[in-house]
Design a binder for this molecule. Structure first.
Ligand SMILES: C[S@@+](CC[C@H](N)C(=O)[O-])C[C@H]1O[C@@H](n2cnc3c(N)ncnc32)[C@H](O)[C@@H]1O
Length: 277
């Protein structure tokens, strides 16, 4: 477990995350004293289709200001801040990568959401919260790094209130399998643990979830990456973007991910599954 945690931390943390983001604010002419949640979204929504997919996932349930939401593998906390700002709910985020938690906490302070968003370091396989504590559990693009899917989904079910929803947005293994590496979540297959959508569904059902909504988003994701990559070719990388989190081979990772989608080596889907009462 320790070696796995170190590998995740090494893959995502680069020691310069907050410095790069602040440099990006400078280049984009953003005043750090008047930042909005939307100003951050190009860089702090580290998943396919950025803010757009977060909006779609959030609309799958009826989030209320009294709700307590847990974002598992929250990264820099972009989705958590969106939920807290838009739905006024209290959002807790955990992530293995210490550097993301400290950078994310700083970003939360800068947009004035510290009273509603709390990020802390923690492992999705041992979530540091009690049973049945959250109205909604949220996870985007995390389980690809986790081999123990049963342990992962069992933990999400454990902390969720009966009748509550797990909202997810994730990458799965496609029909052709054998993805090209590196990809945004892994330099090679040693940190990539993909299962097919049907395997994931079975595991979720096996730990007691009922599938309410499952939507494949391959077509729009390919479109999104094609547009982004072509802009990168003509104009260079934007001042703020998830490439800042992916190291020197960011473009290769994004290109491979897009190619994997095109060649049906991976798929991407979002949805809502409900814990039984
Ligand atoms: C691609 S990023 C997605 C971050 C965030 N969910 C988002 O959409 O912006 C994957 C995140 O999963 C986290 N992660 C991977 N394995 C984890 C685990 N076992 N427990 C908690 N976080 C984990 C990584 O540290 C990283 O921040």
């Amino acid at each position: 477990m320790e070696r796995y945690a170190e590998s995740v931390d090494r893959h995502y943390g680069n020691g310069e995350v907050i410095t790069k983001i602040f440099k990006g604010f400078d280049l984009a002419d953003k005043n750090i004293n008047s930042l909005t949640v939307d100003d951050l979204s190009p860089v702090d929504e580290f998943h396919t289709r950025g803010k757009q997919s977060t909006l779609e996932v959030a609309e799958l349930v009826d989030l209320k200001p009294t709700d307590h939401v847990l974002d598992v593998g929250c990264g820099l906390g972009g989705s958590a801040r969106h939920l807290a700002e838009h739905y006024k709910c209290s959002v807790f985020g955990i992530d293995l990568t210490e550097e993301y938690i400290s950078a994310g906490t700083k970003l939360t302070e800068l947009v004035g959401l510290s009273d509603r968003v709390e990020l802390r370091q923690g492992n999705a396989l041992q979530i540091p919260y009690e049973n049945n504590q959250f109205d909604t559990v949220w996870t985007e693009h995390v389980q690809m790094n986790i081999a123990d899917k049963n342990g992962f989904y069992s933990e999400l079910a454990r902390v969720l209130k009966p009748g509550g929803h797990l909202l997810f947005h994730d990458v799965f293994l496609g029909a052709l399998a054998s993805p090209h590496y590196p990809v945004p979540w892994a330099e090679d297959e040693s940190l990539s643990s993909l299962v097919t959508e049907s395997e994931a569904r079975m595991i979720m059902e096996g730990v007691g979830f009922k599938i309410d909504h499952w939507e494949v988003k391959v077509k729009e994701s390919i479109e999104y990456f094609r547009k982004g990559l072509s802009l990168m070719e003509t104009d260079g990388p934007p001042p703020l973007g998830i490439h800042l989190l992916m190291g020197l081979n960011a473009k290769e990772k994004l290109r491979n991910y897009c190619l994997n989608l095109i060649e049906s080596r991976v798929t991407v889907a979002l949805g809502a599954v409900r814990k039984s009462t």
